[in-house]
Write a protein that binds this ligand. Structure first.
Ligand code: NI
Length: 141
């Protein structure tokens, strides 16, 4: 089993708000991030796939397909977007880095053909990142 990671960057804006919270709760829990005018981040995405090395090509994955899938399924949908308003799942889901990682996983998983998705890592800043290994990560392998 070998692991391959491809990196990409995107910029997006968001704000945090839960309509089931009172205004006071939203303010207390989300602080400045609750401002509905939003604020931006330069995100870094790392997508890791795993598989066996193909003995004929020496590759674990079709790199072109991985790059194109990340481009069409993730970057086209998220880059330079106001996540809360322009990305369907974030009309109801709070666009935290946690939920971004899950959303990116769900966008990529059905589209990757040869290699198996292993991890989606999203950096919100250089000092903060989230890892998602899929819903069944506890009992897979
Ligand atoms: Ni933020």
């Amino acid at each position: 089993m070998i692991y391959l990671t491809r990196k990409a960057e995107f910029s997006a804006s968001h704000y945090y708000h839960n309509p089931n919270f009172t205004p006071e709760e939203n303010h207390r829990i989300f602080g400045k991030c609750n401002n509905p005018n939003g604020h931006g981040h330069n995100y870094t995405l790392e997508v890791t796939v795993k598989g066996e090395v193909d003995s004929r090509s020496g590759f674990v994955v079709d790199l072109k397909q991985l790059k194109e899938t990340m481009h069409f399924e993730v970057l086209d949908a998220l880059d330079h977007r106001f996540l809360n308003k322009e990305v369907p799942e974030f009309r109801t889901l709070i666009p935290t880095t946690e939920n971004l990682a899950i959303s990116i996983w769900q966008r990529l998983k059905p589209k990757l053909k040869t290699a198996q998705l292993h991890r989606v890592r999203v950096y919100e800043t250089a000092d903060l990142f989230v890892d998602f290994y899929g819903e069944d990560s506890q009992d897979s392998e």
